[in-house]
Design a protein around this ligand. Structure first.
Ligand SMILES: Nc1ncnc2c1ncn2[C@@H]1O[C@H](COP(=O)(O)OP(=O)(O)O)[C@@H](O)[C@H]1O
Ligand SMILES: [Mg+2]
Length: 361
């Protein structure tokens, strides 16, 4: 997978700019608040249809403008692809090779991208939401059907939660099993695919982590909840669980268990990273997980994704920077930083200097 160019119009602090990217490492450098992350964000947006940091599309539109436009040309083993996005305050239009897509699922998988920034420490240090988000973003890019199952699951879950607040108890008891039969079909797919993913992620991340720490500490990842093998068995187990918790859920007014509540446990040296880990340990663990993700994308899709490393280098010591550079050999990378000499160790790369929402040529 390779992004050849990126065109931004009225995106964040960019009026109009064209970027050319090369194979290997592309460094976006410059002082703070110049537009480095904005550029990285635009690339990820074209990969996934979501921003790694903005909650609303409006934030992406240059202040004072009505719309933003982003376009990238990329090449994958399936050929060339052009992705364009018109972003308006309350809606957007995305086109793949000129054809407007109806749903976000049709964008996914065209350009695979992984975004890593210091805030990804949340993956290790924050609550379960962040870990589920990681699984969802990663799996959605790899599997359209996972993404679709997730959307449908969330929709039914919302309806189920509304039903749980209904006063007519007999109506609730009658209707819940109907919702749950549907809910569990999607839930089982989500659970099964997460299980397969974690089975690949755990050993891969452990290996990356051992390499980054010279084997000093062991990283372990596993899902907190155990499910049976096979989609049918998972669905059955989930239906039983939902059914045995009707009263609890009605009392609470929401669905208190299910894949939307499952967590991924991360241990470093046998201890819960979230509770006992230091910043440095969390950083290294998060990096190991992200590097493992790169390899899993390769395994699943046949080629490396585009890797976006936003401000990551400055947080790592020299030894880890070197190891990271060795790890990303052969992966097209967009790397943002303030000082290039401290991150590249004399490597020749495509350097792009950014200042005030413009490339300095
Ligand atoms: N919608 C927007 N319109 C105009 N400027 C914006 C918008 N969103 C962010 N910015 C500006 O972009 C700059 C930050 O860019 P960013 O890419 O995060 O910087 P950095 O180079 O440090 O990564 C800030 O000056 C901010 O004010
Ligand atoms: Mg930045």
């Amino acid at each position: 997978m390779r992004i050849k160019n990126l065109f931004l119009k009225n995106f964040r602090n960019y009026a109009e700019e064209t970027f050319s990217f090369e194979d290997g490492i592309n460094v976006l450098y410059g002082k703070n608040a110049q537009g480095k992350t904005n550029c990285a964000e635009a690339v990820f947006y074209l990969c996934t249809g979501t921003s790694p940091r903005a909650r609303k599309e409006k934030q992406l539109i240059r202040a004072g403008e009505e719309a933003a436009f982003v376009r990238a040309d990329a090449e994958s083993r399936f050929g060339s692809v052009r992705i364009e996005a018109d972003i308006f305050e309350n809606r957007r239009e995305i086109r793949v090779n000129g054809v407007k897509i109806g749903k976000n699922a049709d964008l996914l998988g065209n350009i695979n991208g992984i975004f890593f920034s210091p805030s990804e420490l949340r993956l290790v240090q924050d609550g379960p939401d962040e870990r589920r988000r990681f699984l969802n973003v990663s799996l959605s890019q790899m599997s359209k059907s996972y993404y679709t199952a997730l959307i449908r699951y969330n929709k039914i879950l919302e309806q189920r939660n509304a039903l749980l607040k209904e006063r007519d108890i007999s109506l609730v008891f009658e209707t819940l099993p109907v919702w749950d039969a549907q809910l569990c079909r999607y839930a089982a797919e989500i659970v099964e695919k997460r299980g397969e993913y974690i089975a690949m992620l755990a050993p891969a991340a452990q290996e990356k982590h051992a390499c980054l720490t010279d084997g000093a500490e062991k990283l372990e990842i596993f899902s907190e909840r155990k499910y049976p093998e096979g989609r049918e068995a998972i669905a059955k187990k989930l239906e039983e669980d939902f059914a045995s918790n009707y009263e609890r859920d009605m009392r609470l007014g929401f669905t208190a268990s299910g894949p939307h509540r499952d967590d991924l446990r991360i241990l470093i040296g046998g201890e819960e990273a979230r509770v006992f880990g230091s910043q440095g340990q969390a950083r290294t663990a998060a990096l190991a997980i992200k590097l493992a993700e790169v390899d899993i994308f390769k395994k699943m899709s046949g080629e490396y994704p585009v890797l976006i490393l936003d401000d990551v280098m400055s947080e790592l010591d020299l030894a880890r920077r070197r190891k990271l550079l060795a790890e990303i050999e052969g992966v097209q990378t967009l790397l943002t930083c303030t000082h290039t000499e401290k991150v590249l160790f004399g490597k020749t790369v495509n350097k792009i200097r950014i200042s005030g929402g413009k490339i300095k040529r």
